[in-house]
Design a protein around this ligand. Structure first.
Ligand SMILES: Nc1ncnc2c1ncn2[C@@H]1O[C@H](COP(=O)(O)OP(=O)(O)OP(=O)(O)O)[C@@H](O)[C@H]1O
Length: 272
């Protein structure tokens, strides 16, 4: 069983070197969190009064404008950030995939990086050794895998990282954007692996601006707005309110066909 519970949680970032006189008034920006100046040191109020209860089978899309608090919320759910106020409780092993490059060492080989990156994501050395061949096959890097990572192009690094990330068995999978940067053809190839990864995981929270991915991988959504949860509900409803139009209407026939057998852990097939 996996679960994440958050009660009345807020996260503030104190800005020690800010010129507080120019921030006399509390500012509410369109993009970004609220900047509060009630205290001596100005604070960015990145998250405010978050209440959340997620369990097995939840596949949550996290949407919102730049600076709305998506990444901060993901870090709170990981346990990387402690709430400044309120509480959070995480039950289950969390695999945070925020940046594909994190945990990769340029001086060691692709093979060694497979093991190291896997360890970062909570896998054991033995588990990663068993998966090395299939990761190598997926990445199509051939002899390059024996070379130091610094000899790889950006795209080659992404292939390797994506191969490793999609090979793990996470209890709670937290994904941030990054994977959207992969070139389209390779992402197409990674699609099935990504789907399988999500099926294997007990819970997914995925922050992305890509409707295609969200509708394929998620069954509910949270709309973040200025550090608060503005809406939490079915994927279709929340996306429609956030975008101002129903994103399911503009999906390609291929995507519609794929999501007609949606991913749910409880097998209900609920999608929207
Ligand atoms: N380490 C930090 N120090 C100070 N402020 C931060 C820090 N991280 C985030 N913030 C602020 O917190 C607010 C929320 O940022 P966050 O990165 O969570 O937004 P986001 O929704 O993920 O945005 P984007 O879609 O642009 O990635 C923003 O106002 C940002 O400036």
């Amino acid at each position: 069983m996996v679960s994440i519970d958050v009660w009345n949680a807020s996260v503030d970032f104190p800005i020690f070197d800010a010129k507080s006189r120019s921030l006399k008034k509390a500012v509410l920006n369109k993009a970004g969190g609220r900047i509060g100046t009630d205290t001596k040191v100005p604070q960015i109020e990145a998250l405010r009064d978050i209440n959340l209860s997620l369990g097995d089978g939840d596949r949550v899309a996290l949407v919102g404008h730049n600076g709305a608090g998506k990444s901060t919320l993901l870090r709170l759910l990981t346990g990387i950030y402690e709430p400044t106020k309120g509480h959070s409780q995480i039950v289950g092993k969390v695999a945070p995939v925020f940046d594909l490059a994190v945990g990769m060492d340029p001086e060691i080989s692709g093979y060694e990086n497979i093991i190291i990156r896997g360890l970062f994501l909570g896998m054991s050395r033995r588990q990663m050794e068993k998966r090395t061949d299939e990761i190598a096959e997926f990445s199509e890097l051939g002899d390059y895998l024996a070379m130091p990572l610094r000899t790889y192009s950006t795209g080659m690094r992404v292939r390797l990282a994506l191969g490793v990330v999609t090979s793990i068995d996470p209890e709670i999978l937290l994904l941030d954007e990054g994977i959207g940067a992969v070139d389209a053809a390779f992402l197409e190839k990674a699609r099935d692996r990504l789907n399988d990864l999500v099926k294997r995981s007990g819970m997914l929270v995925f922050a992305s601006h890509s409707d295609e991915f969200l509708v394929e991988l998620c069954n509910s959504a949270i709309w973040m707005d200025k550090g608060r949860i503005r809406e939490h509900g079915s994927l279709r409803e929340v996306l429609t309110h956030y975008k101002g139009k129903d994103p399911f209407e503009s999906l390609s026939p291929e995507t519609m066909a794929r999501i007609s057998s949606p991913i749910t852990a409880n097998g209900t097939g609920e999608q929207a």
